[in-house]
Design a protein around this ligand. Structure first.
Ligand SMILES: CC(=O)SCCNC(=O)CCNC(=O)[C@H](O)C(C)(C)COP(=O)(O)OP(=O)(O)OC[C@H]1O[C@@H](n2cnc3c(N)ncnc32)[C@H](O)[C@@H]1OP(=O)(O)O
Ligand SMILES: O=C([O-])CC(=O)C(=O)O
Length: 363
């Protein structure tokens, strides 16, 4: 019997994260999201996720130092970004550059893969604007360096904390589509680079990690609080989905939405983000929730992580075409941890299909 979209199928056991869709709770390696986001840097979360999945133990301080070196090494590949590659959308150009890196399953490969999107995305964005890429500063944290490479200046403390909060928040999320892709590839023994490339390919679709750019397009198109209800109603009349709403697992508000809203607050308080944009977003969110309740009374649809992702990444001055690439920077550690977990299990993932095509004609 076919299961549409594999809904509710259990395809893995994992020690990495648990998504409770009824309670609206996310736990990453035994730590609840709110605690993790309050206390952890990107390196803390990466060390937590990778614990036990590398050939040797690694601390957050180790990772910070090794990642700094890895970013410098990966930056040496930037010169291979030719005109054809730079004509691609940023996430595709980033993926193409990662595809040129060696495959493997060891710690060096892991470091290279964690560093690669963090270096390639800012470099591609600068090259696409006709600017020179900024070399990484190995002594900086991953978040601080990403922002420095993006903007050619040292970020503020609030900006670094906000990016850390984002990268931690989206570091892992159960068996989502891109993580499943990573595990399928890992189960064939193909190597971590191959797993990450498959995962990026799954992530970029608008139903998954491609949603936050369209969220910002929607806010721009709505323009003012007064227009929200009419605009959203017309979009639903056209059969469109409201980006940043709905989820396969959550039947209540995605807990990451409030984690990211909280991460935006210091930027708002210090005047580093346009308050009007936030006010408009809050009004659109309320209007969308009300209209979705009216139109889809049988299907609880609430805000998902992508709505406040759009606002946070916009506030950090990432262009909207790059949002999916920033998601990939944060999720790569989850993809790698899942790939390692799957590889340790040692069994090929190979479900069955039911043939519904024509049978051969009898002779
Ligand atoms: C990081 C992430 O991946 S988070 C998700 C990011 N994606 C988005 O924000 C895109 C918008 N959201 C969606 O398309 C969906 O909610 C998904 C893809 C995330 C989850 O979809 P599914 O679990 O497959 O839900 P499904 O397709 O079964 O939808 C159930 C019903 O809710 C409706 N629905 C679901 N999401 C939305 C939405 N955002 N806007 C309007 N209606 C929606 C569907 O049209 C469907 O209605 P119907 O039964 O009348 O046909
Ligand atoms: O869990 C999912 O299906 C999608 C999602 O929110 C994520 O990958 O962060």
């Amino acid at each position: 019997m076919k299961n549409n979209g594999l809904e509710d199928v259990i395809a893995a056991e994992t020690r990495l994260s648990d998504v409770d869709g009824e309670a609206g709770r996310l736990v990453i390696r035994g730590v609840s999201l709110d605690l993790l986001v309050e206390r952890a840097t990107y390196e803390d979360a990466a060390a937590l996720l990778l614990d036990g999945f590398l050939e040797r133990p690694v601390t957050a301080a180790d990772l910070k130092a090794r990642l700094g070196q890895a970013r410098a090494e990966v930056f040496a590949h930037i010169h291979t970004a030719d005109a054809a590659l730079l004509n691609l959308p940023p996430v595709d150009a980033m993926r193409a550059l990662i595809a040129r890196l060696p495959d493997g399953e060891d710690f060096e490969t892991t470091l290279r893969l964690l560093a690669a999107p963090a270096v390639f995305l800012p470099a591609v964005l600068r090259l696409q604007k006709g600017e020179t890429p900024v070399a990484p500063t190995p002594s900086l944290s991953q978040s601080a360096d990403i922002l420095a490479m993006l903007d050619a200046s040292l970020p503020t403390r609030e900006q670094v904390s906000a990016l850390d909060a984002y990268l931690v928040t989206i570091s892992d999320h159960g068996l989502n589509a891109s993580t499943f892709a990573s595990r399928v590839v890992a189960s064939t023994g193909a190597g971590l680079t191959s797993s990450v490339l498959a995962a990026i390919s799954a992530l970029k679709g608008p139903l998954h990690g491609g949603a936050p750019g369209p969220v910002l397009d929607m806010l721009d198109a709505i323009g003012s609080e007064d227009s929200a209800r009419t605009w959203l109603g017309q979009a639903l009349d056209r059969g469109e989905r409201l980006m940043g709403f709905g989820h396969r697992i959550y039947r209540v508000r995605d807990p990451r939405a409030d984690a990211l809203k909280g991460a935006l607050a210091p930027l708002v308080m210090t005047g580093q983000v346009d308050r009007n944009r936030i006010r408009l977003a809050e009004a659109v969110e309320q209007a969308a929730l009300a209209i979705l309740r009216e139109r889809k009374p049988d299907r609880p649809l609430d805000v998902n992580v992508e709505f406040y992702t759009a606002l946070l990444l916009d506030a950090l001055k990432f262009p909207r075409a790059a949002f999916t690439g920033v998601f990939a920077i944060g999720r790569t550690v989850g993809w790698i941890a899942h790939a390692r977990e799957q590889a340790l299990e040692g069994r090929l993932i190979r479900p069955r299909s039911v043939y519904i095509g024509p049978l051969p004609q009898a002779a």
